[in-house]
Write a protein that binds this ligand. Structure first.
Ligand code: FES
Ligand SMILES: [Fe+2]
Length: 347
């Protein structure tokens, strides 16, 4: 698979590595994540150089991994610091250490050229997680589907009508036209206004706006796989911004392999900030929503097989976003300009 590797990818939700070792494959690279003695995140090649065994299956103590097969010990820089029964350590007893950054509740890893791994390139569009006056709920769903199918899905939210009718969709979404454009040759913006509609079930429960709403959503996509979906609802006809309920749905998608993807997702809201029950409700409904998408996309991937050159024979109006998304992705891949990638989302 031809990856865009010179960019930050989420490897884990930060709390996932608080308790020990986490093995996860990103862009075909097997990586073990953990925290060093000082609590800083670490990402090492998950492959013991002795007899080729996953270090993530080993034991962890005080920032050091002990291989679960013959006990070689590795520190947070990937250096072997102990071998049972001998004092000399072979030169090649080391594993690759990847640049890593903890930000916005996630552990970001850089798979490409380590010299280009600038923490300033972590997508700034995910700042919503740390924004005062907003509250974030993080989740994770694994998809047996190529990441570009997930990008297509999030750039065309008309599918909410058909895939999520009991959660975030209803008839009115697909009936309202979408607009899409590539902005500054850097990201795709696809958006849809839905004036004076009956709220979908999730909106009714979370927004607590009685009656009809004016709804708006917009997807921002930066290649290879950074997505932010803005969502806004106001009482129908209102122009008062204080009555708006806003959410930012953050999706740093991390390719696992050519046919599988880690969907990290985070719902950030600006209402009912202290409502812990609502946190649980959003997590539960968010997970259900991703499961509904997963069922569709995994079926789609099974039909496509592992054909990297798949072409979709029919294009309709709602494809405006996905079509531009694939076009921009292709340009970025060809230009190999991954090092400049950052999310431009500000709204
Ligand atoms: S395979 Fe890791 S110590 Fe032997
Ligand atoms: Fe969906």
């Amino acid at each position: 698979m031809n990856w865009i590797q010179n960019c930050w990818q989420v490897g884990a939700i930060a709390r996932e590595i608080d308790a020990g070792l986490l093995g996860r494959t990103i862009m075909d690279e097997r990586i073990v994540f953990f925290r060093d003695f000082d609590g800083q995140p670490v990402a090492l090649e998950d492959r013991c150089p002795h007899r080729i065994y996953p270090l993530s299956r080993g034991r962890y103590a005080d920032g050091v991994i002990e291989c679960g097969y013959h006990g070689l010990r590795f520190d947070s820089r990937g250096r072997c610091v102990g071998i049972p029964g001998q004092t000399s350590i072979p030169e090649r007893a080391r594993v690759r250490a990847y640049p890593v950054v903890e930000r916005y509740g996630w552990i970001w890893v850089w798979i490409g050229d380590a010299k280009r791994a600038d923490p300033a390139l972590v997508p700034a569009g995910y700042h919503w997680v740390d924004e005062p006056g907003w509250r974030a709920v993080h989740g994770y769903t694994h998809f047996a589907a190529n990441y570009q199918l997930l990008v297509d899905n999030l750039l065309d939210l008309s599918h909410e009508t058909f895939v999520h009718p009991d959660l975030i969709g209803n008839r009115t979404i697909a009936e309202n036209p979408v607009s899409a454009e590539i902005v500054d040759d850097r990201y795709v913006h696809a958006y849809r206004s839905m004036p004076n509609i009956i709220p979908a079930p999730f909106f009714r429960d979370v927004n607590a706006i009685p009656g009809r709403i004016d709804r708006y959503h917009a997807t921002f996509y930066t290649p290879p796989s950074y997505i932010v979906v803005e969502s806004r609802a106001v009482p129908a006809g209102s122009t008062d911004p204080k009555l708006a309920t806003e959410r930012r749905n953050l999706f740093p998608l991390s390719p696992e392999s050519a046919t599988s993807t880690h969907m990290f997702w985070c719902v950030v809201r600006n209402n009912r900030l202290d409502d812990r029950e609502l946190d649980g409700f959003i997590f539960e409904k968010g997970a259900l929503t991703q499961e509904q998408d997963r069922a569709v996309l995994e079926e789609q991937q099974r039909l496509i097989g592992d054909d990297p050159g798949v072409r979709f024979p029919v294009a309709i109006r709602v494809d405006a976003g996905p079509t531009l998304g694939r076009r921009l992705h292709e340009r970025v891949l060809r230009a190999g300009r991954g090092e400049t990638l950052r999310s431009e989302v500000t709204a």
